[in-house]
Design a protein around this ligand. Sequence first.
Ligand code: SF4
Length: 63
Amino acid sequence: MRLVVDPVKCDGRGLCAEVLPELVSLDDWGFPMVSGEQLERELEREAGEAVRLCPRLALRLVP
Ligand code: SF4
């Protein structure tokens, strides 16, 4: 699975970077940057939690 951000939906408040600092960093404007690379198995559960908590439904896990 890969974690992706929809930049149109995202409001850049950075909750995902707090929930998932291993995978998400913030740019100078507070918008999330994710690598988009294949997730290690042990991070998939945490990534799913970040997806669930995103208030704008801007995060997705894709195969
Ligand atoms: S939690 Fe969702 S809306 Fe907030 S910065 Fe992350 S992707 Fe954007």
